[in-house]
Design a protein around this ligand. Structure first.
Ligand code: SF4
Length: 496
């Protein structure tokens, strides 16, 4: 372990509300260009990959049905999984929250006597801030996924589920490798260009010595099979295979919603997940293991089953569909809000549309960021269209807005404040009342339109008061010189 700070900065406990964070992001032209290029490329490839399957809609419905069935009987399947993993030589631990999960993992690593672990990309461990907890205990956690490595070396935060360094371009990555790799282990080769092959080779050399040295690995899992106790990890680089097979001890931290009943159920997700995430027909590296096997792979396997707000989410009949998510990231790549604001503005390891419905449910809506996330959407519905398990994200967003609006005042930094969404509702009600007054009286509406057209040069470009938030990032439409009603009457000689 070097003296370098090893953890990526965790998402701050008190993050600014989404509009404030997004305002900064939309001003960053390089970030917007990187995001636009990456999301459009992935979304186009995904569309072509999905179109190849004639039975895509049936696969989508089947994935939804399997997940819904499992969530309805989650208690039964988790106990079945626990028994199957134990029978296969593994040890199962149950963690109610992030602190308990971090304590379990830290104690397990300490018990091995090791001071470092290699990690295969895991959103669950990011969600609980495991790297920071290990660092506090004097244990170095090395990320081995290429994008996670870039994020970790850059002292940065992930901004996309599948491509955590999507906000970085090649030149930035080259500079990070040059400046940071030497402090963490094998330095970057010199000279180093920004060609993808050169960058990948630099990462490969840097990581290889860590794989060969590590005695402990930490992973997540994409799926857990209840009937066999089998864990399944999807990845594209082979780093996962190294982490899951070379070390002596393997610790997997997995959200309880990742269980599926039978091995046969994987047939659906083996088709839908790769096409939805990387637009591949088949996943490059799919690693499965069941407990431990003498002389083959890790000799000790620990499974930490993580709740951390999932049981509360399950209790909400509308919100629980978020637990169907298989983390493919397709919803991020089609979202017009994510494309402009980027992932950091969501203040969570779960960015984009799925983050906007998952984080406020896992963490509650008491903070400024979590109360604002259900509003981080245009409700265009593109996320629902692409979701391979048919999560109706707009429906959950509206449901959560209702929850926030009913929540009233909350405490922020020890001060009681009223949430902006409630202000917005008051302004919206006033606007609706004014509109109703006009629309109920055609004569008054006509007179108002003519007056507006005559005075259009004086029309403001921004709204005052509560409406200012709306026009801060938009321009008001210009008032036409002639209303549609007058144009219609003139064109059709309709004397109305
Ligand atoms: S919500 Fe659906 S589209 Fe978005 S990451 Fe989850 S599974 Fe993929």
């Amino acid at each position: 372990m070097t003296g370098t700070h090893l953890g990526m900065p965790a998402f701050p406990a008190v993050a600014p509300a989404f509009p404030a964070a997004a305002r900064e992001a939309v001003r960053d032209e390089v970030l917007r260009a990187n995001l636009r290029h990456a999301t459009h490329t992935i979304r186009d490839k995904r569309r072509r990959a999905v179109a190849e399957l004639a039975d895509w809609d049936r696969l989508r419905a089947a994935g939804k049905a399997v997940k819904d069935h499992t969530l309805r009987h989650l208690d039964r399947y988790l106990l079945q999984l626990d028994a199957a993993v134990t029978a296969a030589g593994g040890t199962v631990h149950w963690a109610a929250d992030a602190d308990e999960a971090n304590r379990i993992v830290t104690d397990l690593v300490r018990a091995t006597g090791e001071r470092e672990v290699v990690k295969v990309k895991s959103m669950a461990t990011q969600e609980i801030g495991l790297n920071e907890a290990l660092e506090e205990a004097g244990i170095a956690a090395y990320e081995t996924d290429l994008a996670e490595l870039i994020v970790q070396l850059g002292h940065d935060r992930p901004s996309h589920i599948l491509v955590p360094a999507i906000h970085r371009n090649r030149a930035e990555i080259r500079d990070i490798f040059r400046a940071e790799m030497g402090g963490w282990g094998r330095p970057a080769p010199e000279p180093l260009g920004d060609d993808p092959r050169e960058l990948a080779e630099a990462a490969r050399l840097h990581l290889r010595e860590k794989f060969l040295r590590a005695k402990v690995a930490v992973s997540g899992a994409n799926f857990m099979v209840a009937e066999t106790g089998t864990m399944v990890v999807f990845e594209s680089e082979g780093n996962g295979r190294m982490c899951l097979t070379l070390p002596e001890t393997l610790i997997s931290v997995v959200g309880i919603e990742k269980v599926v009943p039978t091995f046969r159920d994987l047939e659906i997700f083996l088709q839908t997940l790769p096409r939805s995430s990387t637009a591949e027909r088949m996943n490059p590296y799919t690693t499965m293991w069941t407990g431990t096997t003498d002389g083959d792979g890790p000799s000790a396997f620990h499974l930490v089953l993580l709740d951390n707000g999932r049981t509360d989410t399950l209790a909400d009949p509308t919100g629980r569909q978020a637990l169907r998510c298989i983390r493919c990231s397709a919803c991020l790549n089609v979202c017009p809000v994510y494309e402009r604001a980027g992932g950091h503005a969501y203040g969570s390891v779960y960015p984009g549309p799925i983050g906007a419905i998952l984080s406020p449910q896992l963490r509650g809506t008491g903070s400024a960021i979590d109360a604002s996330l259900p509003y981080a959407s245009t409700l265009c519905g593109a996320c629902y269209e692409v979701c391979p398990v048919a999560i109706d994200i707009p429906e959950v967003l509206v449901h959560l807005r209702e929850r926030v609006a009913q929540g009233g005042p909350v405490t922020r930094g020890g001060v009681r404040v009223t949430l902006r969404p409630a202000d917005g509702r008051t302004a919206e009600r006033a606007a609706m009342r004014a509109a109703r007054l006009l629309l109920d009286r055609p004569g008054a509406l006509r007179a108002a339109e003519r007056l507006l057209a005559r005075a259009r040069r004086l029309a403001p470009r921004t709204l005052p008061g509560a409406g200012r938030g709306w026009t801060d990032s938009r321009e008001l439409p210009t008032v036409a010189a002639e209303s549609f009603r007058d144009w219609w009457a003139r064109e059709r000689s309709d004397p109305r």
